[in-house]
Design a protein around this ligand. Structure first.
Ligand SMILES: O=c1[nH]c(=O)n([C@H]2C[C@H](O)[C@@H](COP(=O)(O)O)O2)cc1CO
Ligand SMILES: [Zn+2]
Length: 166
């Protein structure tokens, strides 16, 4: 007798796992963010992580957090949510859900709203006390975009990349 596996990933764990795997591509030394856009049929339609724009060297632009405007990463970096939405394989994201490691900033909130996403699922809200996140939540609430912190799920997922992975 062969029973079905019971410890398979939930949908939430799966989509957040994909977002977090994507985050591991980020070169940001301080905060690696991944994002995954999922449609109503539970199909992944976009993935992204934070990084400099295509063609803009990871080695030449600064990763610093402090300094003049031109000397920090903030002037240059594309946020994970922006990349996930721009990388989308479909043109219409109406009703989609965004899985993202970090609560979206105000600029990403604008993009999320304008793209028609309906829900945000996140892990960390470490910048909740900043005006950027306050502005983000004000706009998301006005636009009817829901958000929820991922909870009640496993804390980590192991991915094995060796030949005996199956
Ligand atoms: O919503 C977000 N999405 C996102 O990709 N990011 C990126 C931009 C930066 O590369 C990094 C934040 O850097 P730091 O935590 O050092 O300030 O995370 C940051 C936010 C929130 O500000
Ligand atoms: Zn952002």
């Amino acid at each position: 007798m062969s029973e079905k596996r019971l410890d398979y990933l939930t949908w939430d764990e799966y989509f957040m796992g994909v977002a977090c795997l994507s985050a591991q591509r980020s070169k940001d030394p301080n905060t690696q963010v991944g994002a995954c856009v999922v449609n109503r049929k539970k199909k992944i339609v976009g993935i992204g992580y934070n990084g400099f724009p295509t063609g803009c060297s990871d080695d030449e632009l600064p990763w610093a957090r402090e300094g003049g405007t031109l000397d920090t990463k903030y002037a240059y970096v594309c946020h994970a949510e922006l990349n996930a939405i721009l990388n989308s394989i479909v043109s219409d994201l109406e009703g989609c859900t965004l899985y993202v490691a970090l609560f979206p900033c105000n600029e990403c909130a604008k993009i999320i709203i304008q793209s028609g996403l309906k829900e945000i699922v996140y892990l960390s809200d470490k910048y909740a006390e900043t005006d950027i996140v306050r502005a983000s939540k004000t706009m998301l609430e006005m636009a009817g975009v829901k958000w929820r912190k991922l909870s009640g799920c496993r804390e980590s997922v192991t991915i094995r990349l060796s030949e005996d992975c199956v």
